[in-house]
Design a protein around this ligand. Structure first.
Ligand code: NAD
Length: 479
C-alpha cells in the first residue's frame, strides 16, 4: 500500500498533522493508499511558498514557462499506462476511459503551453495628444485549484496549466476520495526541476484545508470544481479578502429528443451519456424529454441499450461499459433517490437498485425510469449515477420550459433534424453549453462555464486562460 506526503515548496514533506485518510478501490473495497489528512498549517505553508515563488516565475518569458508544461505533457505520455491504471484503481473508471483522461490531460498541458505566444494586451485610444493607454494582461498571483474526485487528473491540468503559463503559481488540493493519480504525477515530474514553490499540493479535507486555502489573503484566485455546497463555502471564504473565484459546480443536464430526430443516434448518445463513468460526469444528460408521439418507440430503444450495458470491474478484459460507483456514500445516495422516485410514482423499466450480483464493490444497476414528472426529486436533483428518468412533451416550447425550470445551468442537448427547432432551442436553453445531435462532452478549446447554480467563471480555451489574468491600464504620456 502506498503512503503519500504533502508537496510544498519543492519538497515532499510530512504534514504537521498526524491525521490520515484511507483511499479505497471502489471495485474491491480494499485500502490502496494513505494520504495526509492535512492541516491549516500545511495549507498556509503551501500558499506562502507559492506566493514567494510567483515573484520570479511571473518574470520568466511565457515561452520559458510553457516549456515546463510541454515536459509535463511528455512525462504523462511516457507514463500513460501507469497513470491510467492508478486512475482506474482509485475511482473505478474503466480502463478505456481512464486512458482517454490521461491522454487529454497531456494534450491540455500542450494546448495551454501553446498560449504562451498568444496572450495579448490592447492599445486604447487616448483623449489626450501624445498619450497611449496600454492595457496589459497580468497574472493574479497564487492560483488555488480544488479538485473533485470524478476527473481528478484532467481537472488538475485544467487548473494548473493555464495558471502557470500566464505567470501564476499553483496550489492544488486533490479530493480525498481519488487523489492518487495527481500525487503520482507530482513524483514523476520532480525531474523537470520547476523552481521551488511554483507548484504545490496539499491533501486534506474541504472544511479545513480547502477553507484555509480559500480564505488566505495571499491567494489570488480559487478555482473549484465540485458540488454547489462546496462552491458556496468557497465563495464565503473568498469573500473575506474579495478573492476571485471560478466555480464549476453540479449539473442536471436535460436532453430533448424531437420526433424528427435520428432516433438511433439520439438513443445511443443519451444512454452513453448516462452510463459513461457510471453516470458520474457533471455535463452528461441527467433527464430526458421525449416528444409524446415517439415515446413508446424510443423507450423500447433505450430499454434495449440500457439492458445491454456491461457492468464489470474497471480492469475487466471484457471491455465493460461501466464499473462501480466511486464510494459507498455515492452508491447509497443513488439508491435512496431511486427508491424515493418509486414512491413518487416512477416506474422502473430497467435496473432500479444496487447490483446484488457482485461480492464486493459499490455497483448500481443501469436504470431506466418512466412515469416521471418535472416536479419529482429525480427530475430536479443531481443523481450522479447511471439512472435515466424519462419524461414527455407535446411542443418544443413545453420541453424548453421544463428543461429551464431548474436551478442548474451547466449543459443541455437537443436531437432534431429540423434546423429551425435546433436554432430556437439553442437560443432559449438557459445553459452554458448546448449540444446538437451529439453526446454531451466539451472540447479543450471551448469554454466550459455553468449558468445559475452551476457556477461562475469557467475553464478552457481563450476565455479559460483569461480567468487567470487581471488587467492593468498604463496611461503613458510622451513628449
Ligand atoms: P465535493 O464538493 O464534495 O468536493 C469537491 C472538492 O471540494 C473536494 O476537493 C473537497 O475536499 C472540496 N471542498 C469541500 N468542502 C469545501 C470547503 N468548505 N471549502 C473548500 N473546499 C471544499 O464534490 P465531489 O463529490 O468531489 O464532486 C462531484 C461534484 O462535482 C458533482 O456535483 C459534480 O457535478 C461536480 N462537478 C462539476 C464539474 C463541472 O465542470 N461543472 C466537473 C466535475 C464535477
Amino acid at each position: 500500500m502506498k503512503e503519500f506526503k504533502q508537496y510544498i515548496n519543492g519538497k515532499f514533506v510530512n504534514s504537521t498533522s498526524s491525521d490520515v485518510t484511507e483511499v479505497l478501490n471502489p471495485c474491491t473495497e480494499e485500502v490502496i493508499s494513505i494520504i495526509p489528512g492535512g492541516s491549516i498549517a500545511d495549507a498556509q505553508a503551501a500558499v506562502d511558498a507559492a506566493f514567494h515563488a510567483q515573484k520570479d516565475w511571473r518574470k520568466l518569458a511565457a515561452i520559458e514557462r510553457a516549456k515546463y508544461l510541454n515536459q509535463m505533457a511528455d512525462i504523462i505520455r511516457d507514463n500513460r499506462v501507469f497513470l491510467a491504471e492508478t486512475l482506474a484503481t482509485e475511482q473505478a473508471k474503466v480502463m478505456s476511459l481512464a486512458q482517454v483522461e490521461i491522454d487529454v490531460t497531456a494534450e491540455y498541458f500542450d494546448y495551454s503551453a501553446a498560449w504562451a505566444r498568444r496572450i495579448e494586451g490592447e492599445i486604447i485610444q487616448s483623449d489626450n495628444q501624445k498619450e497611449h493607454l496600454f492595457l496589459h494582461k497580468m497574472p493574479i498571483g497564487v492560483a488555488v485549484g480544488i479538485l473533485p474526485w470524478n476527473f481528478p487528473f484532467f481537472v488538475m491540468a485544467r487548473k494548473m496549466a493555464p495558471a502557470l503559463v500566464t505567470g501564476n503559481t499553483s496550489v492544488i488540493k486533490p479530493s480525498c476520495i481519488a487523489p492518487n493519480t495527481v500525487l503520482e504525477f507530482f513524483k514523476l515530474i520532480e525531474k523537470i526541476n520547476l523552481p521551488a514553490g511554483v507548484i504545490n499540493y496539499v491533501c486534506g479535507h474541504g472544511a479545513t484545508v480547502g477553507n484555509s486555502l480559500s480564505s488566505n489573503s495571499k491567494t489570488g484566485i480559487v478555482s473549484l470544481t465540485g458540488s454547489v455546497f462546496a462552491g458556496q463555502k468557497v465563495m464565503e471564504a473568498a469573500a473575506l479578502n474579495i478573492t476571485k473565484v471560478s466555480l464549476e459546480l453540479g449539473g442536471k443536464a436535460p436532453a430533448i429528443v424531437c420526433a424528427d430526430a435520428d432516433l438511433e443516434l439520439a438513443a445511443t448518445a443519451v444512454v452513453n451519456s448516462r452510463i459513461n463513468f457510471s453516470g458520474q460526469i457533471c455535463n452528461c444528460a441527467e433527464r430526458l424529454y421525449v416528444e409524446e408521439s415517439i415515446h413508446d418507440q424510443f423507450l423500447d430503444m433505450l430499454k434495449e441499450k440500457m439492458s445491454a450495458v456491461k457492468v464489470e470491474d474497471a480492469f475487466s478484459e471484457n471491455n465493460p461499459d461501466m464499473s462501480a460507483q466511486v464510494s459507498k456514500m455515492q452508491l447509497d445516495k443513488i439508491a435512496e433517490m431511486v427508491e424515493f422516485a418509486k414512491k413518487e410514482g416512477a416506474e422502473v423499466i430497467v435496473g432500479g437498485g444496487k447490483d446484488g450480483s457482485k461480492d464486493k464493490g459499490y455497483y448500481f444497476q443501469p436504470t431506466l425510469l418512466t412515469n416521471v414528472n418535472n416536479n419529482m426529486q429525480i427530475a430536479r436533483d443531481e443523481i450522479f449515477g447511471p439512472v435515466l428518468p424519462v419524461m414527455t412533451f407535446s411542443t418544443l416550447d413545453e420541453a424548453i420550459a421544463m428543461a429551464n425550470d431548474c436551478e442548474y445551468g451547466l449543459t443541455s442537448s437537443i436531437f432534431s433534424e429540423n434546423y429551425n427547432k435546433i436554432m430556437h432551442a439553442s437560443m432559449e436553453l438557459e445553459f452554458g453549453e448546448t449540444y446538437v445531435n451529439r453526446q454531451h462532452f466539451e472540447a479543450i478549446q471551448g469554454f466550459h462555464a455553468g449558468w445559475k447554480k452551476s457556477g461562475i467563471g469557467g475553464a478552457d480555451g481563450k476565455h479559460g486562460m483569461e480567468e487567470y489574468l487581471q488587467t492593468k491600464v498604463v496611461y503613458s504620456q510622451y513628449r
